[in-house]
Design a protein around this ligand. Structure first.
Ligand code: HEM
Ligand SMILES: [Cu+2]
Length: 624
């Protein structure tokens, strides 16, 4: 019986068909391109690699059963109900259309790839203990940095929306599912092949371009570049699907009474992120297709030698790339503003301002991309415009800080672990944002571009912002998702170690950058060794703090298994009014929303929703 469960449409078959598909595709590709003569002149057959990845993807999706439904419909047969299965651990290893299963699948997958990319960071810091080449040669080092950066960017794109929006957006809006459950499952199942294909770059000799894939280097690079292109393309596809699905869900599936100004602020964060995903991710995808054609079909979009322009890549990439950095920031805004009122026991201060801030950031983020190209030979007259628009972004971003401060002001603050992470978000993101202003000033960017200053800047925004928000969300919501509590002592140790050593790692790098230490090379001026030793030691301890999180996760969720309460934080959020674990259909009947989500400390506050029949006691406004 056990054995029979293994055979069928599941993760195992997906692996087998994926690997088989790769070799079949490679063979087909070799045949297809026989006699073709590549303009790029790498001694490798890129057609074969692309066909390999394509067939691997198809095999993977067939193995999971993504084609069962369309095929059954085409043949006039009733579709299988397995993907709607309601119980059993097997659901987590298969195509499953329950949004709560998809959320947990995302959580585990993103965490696994984060660990791999984090390990790369440790290798990088080990090399940088000395000012000259020690552990890796220049090419290996560049590949390490590229793999680390690309993997991190791919995973952070999915890190909050994947687990938490999939799980909680339907619940928060009083729905039973997402608008497109099969697409929701597809958006998730594209992530593991993307991660694995990117990792396969190691076997193909790595790739030298970092996450930005700059031409003409990308045109000349060997087969590892194909892995970058295909993997990042899959993430672009996945982001487009996620964005579409989230927008459709919130537009069409809100419960009665859930007006736009009662929408939880986290959902606003998701909506604005989704807008960016839908508009920016297809640009990434198309740009990668152009690069693919350059490498396989003898086009020359980015090849200056054949009439193309590498500058076109820079523009197209950053037209996606800058909105992308806000795809990473906005979900974090949503998470921290969602959490702050719960632990300050006060209404969210300036709800409308927060929404305006998020929308403002989203709109402006499409008007600033050339700040990445200030020193790439852009028309000098364009610089002031992009400098101004970039600096303008600080205004809507500042709204979010005002909301945070206003909410904390005279609150009854409880320093729980999610709250600590949310507060740290503000201090880290402030440093990240302020350093951004220095980068958007052309005169200072001219000296800091390409240095560790930029590196420190975006780690403060992405790690200090998004990753801290991710942990805030994890400690806040994971107990609801799994029904199990975290060990609080370990959680606090994790927080303090992470907060201290995150700052110890990245703050000195601003100085290193100012002193002229360049990004992406393993050698630096010997006088900077002191800073680098300090940073490397801090980085290892930052790595240890991640291990403490992992230990806590395994200990709390697998070994100790202490059941979590239904509403451990006395939150008014609709998701916490449901029993733990959340029933498969979420709500027995459609809830009717009757109050604002953040009426904490408001006398006689009405519960957020009338649940008919009430599924669990509803926290009143005054509860502490
Ligand atoms: C007030 C807000 C911000 C401003 C004014 C700002 C400004 C800038 C500027 C001008 C650069 C280009 C520097 C150079 O390469 O010379 C830059 C780079 C970067 N920023 Fe920001 N930024 C802001 C917020 C953010 C946020 C929220 C994120 C991500 C969550 C972010 C992520 C990045 C990344 C990843 C790069 C480097 C890209 C690369 O070259 O690999 N920034 N920022
Ligand atoms: Cu930017």
């Amino acid at each position: 019986m056990r054995l029979r469960r293994l055979i069928g449409f599941n993760l195992l078959s997906a692996f087998v068909l994926g690997v088989g598909g790769y070799f079949l595709g490679h063979w087909v590709g070799t045949r297809l391109s026989a006699g073709m003569d590549s303009q790029i002149g790498t001694d490798q057959n890129d057609v074969a690699f692309f066909m390999g990845f394509l067939f691997a993807l198809l095999g993977w999706l067939i193995g999971l059963g993504f084609f069962n439904y369309p095929v059954a419909r085409m043949m006039g047969r009733p579709p299988s109900l397995r993907e709607k299965e309601e119980a059993g651990a097997g659901r987590y290893f298969r195509l499953c259309t329950d949004h709560k299963v998809v959320g947990l699948q995302y959580f585990v997958t993103v965490l696994l790839f984060f660990m791999i990319a984090g390990l790369n960071a440790m290798f990088i810091r080990a090399e940088l203990i000395t000012p000259n080449e020690t552990l890796w040669n220049a090419n290996q080092y560049l590949s390490l940095v590229s793999l680390h950066g690309t993997m991190m960017l791919m995973m952070t794109s999915a890190a909050i929306l994947g687990p938490f929006a999939n799980y909680f957006v339907p619940i928060m809006i009083g729905a039973r599912r997402m608008a497109f459950p099969r697409l929701e499952a597809l958006s998730f199942w594209l992530v593991p092949p993307a991660g694995l294909i990117l990792l396969s770059a190691v076997a193909l000799g790595g790739f030298p371009t970092g996450w930005t894939g700059y031409a003409p280097l990308a045109n000349e690079a060997r087969a590892g570049m194909d892995a970058y292109i295909f993997a990042f393309g899959l993430i672009g596809l996945s982001m487009t699907i996620v964005g579409t699905n989230m927008i459709a869900t919130v537009l069409t599936m809100r419960a009665p009474g859930l007006t736009w100004n009662r929408l939880p602020i986290f959902v606003w964060g998701v909506i604005t992120t989704s807008m960016l995903m839908v508009l920016a991710a297809p640009v990434l995808f198309s740009t990668l297709v152009m690069l693919t054609l350059d490498r396989t079909a003898d086009t020359s979009f980015f090849l200056a030698s054949a009439g193309g322009s590498p500058f076109l890549w820079d523009n197209l990439f950053w037209f996606f790339g800058h909105p992308e950095v806000y795809i990473l920031a906005l979900p974090g805004f949503g998470v921290v503003l969602e959490i702050l009122p719960v632990f300050a026991r006060k209404p969210l201060w300036g709800y409308r301002l927060a929404v305006a801030g998020m929308v403002g950031v989203a709109v402006l983020s499409f008007m600033v991309w050339q700040h990445h190209l200030f020193v790439s030979g852009i028309n000098a007259d364009l610089r002031p415009f992009y400098m101004l628009t970039t600096e303008l972004i600080s205004i809507p971003t500042g709204f979010i800080f005002l909301n945070g401060l206003g909410t904390l002001w005279r609150g009854r603050i409880r320093f729980t672990v999610p709250m600590l992470f949310a507060l740290a978000f503000f201090s880290n993101f402030l440093i990240g944002g302020l350093s951004g202003v220095f980068l958007s000033d052309v005169p200072s960017d001219v000296t800091t571009h390409g240095s560790y200053f930029v590196m420190a800047h975006f780690h403060y925004t992405i790690m200090g912002g998004l990753v801290f928000a991710l942990f805030a969300a994890t400690y806040y919501w994971l107990p609801k998702m799994t029904g199990l509590q975290f060990n609080e002592v370990l959680a606090k140790v994790h927080f303090w170690m992470m907060f201290v050593f995150f700052n110890f790692t990245f703050a000195p790098l601003f100085a290193a950058g100012m002193l002229g230490m360049p990004r992406r090379v393993s050698i630096y001026a010997p006088r900077l060794q002191g800073i680098n030793i300090f940073v490397s030691i801090s980085a290892f301890l930052l790595g240890v703090s991640m291990l403490i999180f992992l230990i806590n996760l395994v200990y709390s969720m697998v070994i100790a298994r202490k059941p979590a309460e239904a509403n451990p934080w006395q939150s008014r959020g609709l998701e916490f009014q449901l029993p733990t674990p959340v029933p498969v259909t979420n709500f027995e009947t459609t809830p009717v929303i009757q109050a604002d989500p953040y009426d904490y400390g408001v006398p006689d506050a009405v519960p957020v929703a009338a649940l008919r029949p009430a599924a669990a006691p509803v926290a009143g406004g005054g509860a502490t």
